[in-house]
Design a protein around this ligand. Structure first.
Ligand SMILES: NC(=O)c1ccc[n+]([C@@H]2O[C@H](COP(=O)([O-])OP(=O)(O)OC[C@H]3O[C@@H](n4cnc5c(N)ncnc54)[C@H](O)[C@@H]3O)[C@@H](O)[C@H]2O)c1
Length: 317
């Protein structure tokens, strides 16, 4: 089997390309345009895998020759900072909408199955427990980034009906966990970074006690490997969520290692979301399993940054 991973150097991709567990894997195309400059993600890749790195934009026509040679495309490339997406709507729409259109049409044309990572942020302003069956009218994404992901979900549904595209969509919770290409602009990772640097932890004014869905990086990688291994390309949407947590839950764990954290309450354009839990029942029923643990994962990331600032006392690492 040949596969292609776009956005291969990013937070998820840089771990995934080191942890592929796919029987009869032949060639692995890695595509990234260095938008986020994660050059280090290419260091020390494991031997024994037939990687083929291409510095390429997903909007490029040249994606066609790669996808024609592949059985599966894992489409991780995107502009991913939800908060900043209010200021760079054009780029978000170009990469996340037009870029997906480009690769998805080639996937349909060459019978290449597609894994599309959407986000649990498409649920937007909801309360209580939400799942994949909620009505379309209840999906109210609160940022241009989340809107672009909902657009992507609908695009794939229509390509499957009209052009026989085979795909699976993951609505991923916010990812926590270390990778060599990790980014630090989402909750958990950002809080760890700020605490490790001795900075005040910036928490949205409304968010401290609101529940949100999170996904451990290993659980995300395992889910990707699983759907390829079991060929779960059933044109369905699955929530991929390890745990639902409040910001306070996360900060309590960070405090176990960095006791003197300071909280700075700030405003955010996506602060109008409410407290909600996202169900992972459908993914469990499909055979996806969850093993990540927030505490172990936070400890691992803090440990990676342990010598960055000598005045920060870290306990129990
Ligand atoms: N990390 C999360 O918390 C999270 C949560 C929900 C969904 N997702 C989705 O999962 C996917 C991967 O997320 P991530 O955290 O690894 O993102 P990331 O920002 O760390 O990585 C994205 C990668 O895509 C590359 N890229 C951007 N534009 C490109 C283009 N035009 N052509 C080629 N490459 C391009 C970047 O250089 C980067 O290496 C994204 O689609 C993201 O929206 C992530």
């Amino acid at each position: 089997m040949n596969i292609c991973i776009t956005g291969a150097l990013g937070h998820i991709g840089s771990r995934l390309i080191r942890n592929l567990s796919i029987p009869s894997l032949n060639r692995v195309y890695l595509v990234d345009n260095f938008l986020t400059q994660r050059y280090a993600s290419l260091f020390d890749l494991p031997s024994g895998v037939n990687y083929c790195f291409q510095e390429m934009d997903i909007l490029s026509k040249e994606m066609e020759s790669i996808i024609r040679d592949c059985n599966v495309l894992i489409h991780l490339a995107a502009v991913t900072n939800a908060e900043v997406s209010f200021q760079n709507k054009d780029l978000v729409n170009k990469v996340n909408r037009k870029g997906l259109e480009n690769v998805a049409q080639f996937c349909a044309k060459y019978n290449c199955s597609l894994i599309f990572p959407s986000t649990t942020s498409v649920y937007g302003v909801q309360t209580g427990l939400v799942d994949e069956n909620c009505k379309d009218s209840d999906l109210r994404p609160q940022s241009p980034y989340a809107e672009s992901k909902l657009y992507g979900e609908k695009l794939l549904q229509s390509l499957s009906q009209n052009n026989n595209l085979k795909f699976v969509t993951f609505r991923l919770g916010t990812i926590f966990g270390y990778s060599i290409g990790m980014r630090f602009h989402t909750a958990v990772n950002k809080f760890i970074w700020q605490a490790s640097m001795g900075e005040g932890i910036t928490v949205w004014k409304t968010a401290l006690n609101q529940k949100r869905p999170y996904c451990g990086l290993n659980d995300c990688i395992n889910a990707i490997n699983y759907v390829i291994d079991k060929q779960v390309f059933d044109c369905q949407i699955y929530n991929i969520v390890t745990v639902n947590l409040t910001v306070k839950d996360i900060l309590d764990v960070i405090k176990e290692y960095i006791p003197d954290i300071r909280i700075k309450f700030v405003d955010s354009p996506i602060m109008n979301q409410l407290s909600y839990n996202v169900s992972n029942k459908k993914s469990l029923e499909c055979g996806i399993t969850y093993h990540d643990n927030l505490k172990d994962s936070i400890r691992e990331t803090i440990n990676k940054l342990r010598n960055v600032n000598y005045s920060i006392i870290k306990q129990n690492l």
